[in-house]
Design a protein around this ligand. Sequence first.
Ligand code: C2O
Ligand code: CU
Length: 462
Amino acid sequence: MLKLDRRQFLSTASAFAMLPASTSLAASASVELNALVADIQLLPEGYGPTSIWGFDGTAPGPEIRLAQGSRLQRRLVNSLPEPTSIHWHGVRIDNAMDGVSGLTQNAVPSGETFEYDFVVRDAGTYWYHAHNKSFEQVARGLSGALIIEEPDEVDVDREEVLILDDWLLDPDTAQIVGDFAAPHAMSHGGRIGNYITTNSVYNLALDARQNERLRLRLINASNARIFPLRLDGLQGWTVALDGMPLVKPLPITDTIVLGPAQRIDLIVDVVASEGETAHVVHLGQGDAFSQVAFEVRAGGAVKRRGVPSPLPPNALSMVDLGKARAMSLTMEGGAMGGLRSATLGGDSKSIGEIVDAGRFWAFNGAADGMDGPAFAELSQGEHVRIAIANDTVFPHAMHLHGMHFYEIGNDGNLGALRDTTLIERGDTREIAFVADNPGKWLLHCHMLSHAASGMSTWIDVA
Ligand code: C2O
Ligand code: CU
């Protein structure tokens, strides 16, 4: 555990708000994204710097902000000691640009480059991250925000991109704990950090005005942490999930749960009074923690505004559940999961042999991960529904590349569009989508240690 307790961290919060890591709003003019080993001051003053791997040497990496319909062009320069690649999470993308090393491209060796070049069709809050040994490279800091702007300005006073993360740090050295493939993290809830940050700042503090209307773009970039959040002194609506606008802004009345890789866009009004502090409170681990504080300064507006308009929808195909092909995917394994055997390379193996191969989980009885055959061969334009059953004692955040899907509600109707769905232990979630994007698309748990130890597969759309 860290030497500083929460109270001491809280007292240094305002100094933290000055760090440059929190002010990456300007779009990067560079056409390069250089994956670098760098030192950043992650812990408070008095602690040494932390050596991270970051795009352009920062964590989060530079914010990429583009207009809907424009072209994203970035040359990945790999200055790391090992191969890497970049995945553009949530983007409906050309398959060749999806950045999955071993499936859509070869990992880019040290010292080499790769040109990413694609059109961004949908507006929304997305992110990019390393996709080679993600369980290690993302934990070292290789991620950043990707913001695609709607054609018309949204009626808010300002917006904040808030990247929630956690870091597993050794408090004596300030360094990232290096056992990324620790069997315990892989077989349990994943790699959970001991230092929670927003935009790499602990207890991030920002200024606000009373009745100011903010758009908050929350991104969970952690390896495995689920963030349960409550608003305090802020009132408003959820307007988008995983980048995709809700048909109607949904008033926030309850805890907001953000699983790994998920995003949520909120439009909130500052209802705390001048001199007070509003908070995005993190309810994790039984201890209320100020994830983000808004210190309310003088000069606010007298009146609150009315209900915001919905964000303009992105043009996605609607699923016809009546004609959708039904499939099922059962997740098994992990600690206390009772998995006795699974197949690897088509052969039945005992749990001991599976574990020796570095696997702890299985999808439909196979522990091959990305090395196995496709979970489904789909024809382009096919309508599909997949019932994903979580037969383990841990929650999992299942992510499909290349296409958003609808979560099917308990009423059997299409619910929100997402690219990552959080499935609690024992639950089954059905998802549905039109397989309209050709290529090989990964389907995996975004608890990255799980993805690396059996919880990955892929679908082929041709
Ligand atoms: Cu965000 Cu396969 O990843
Ligand atoms: Cu998982």
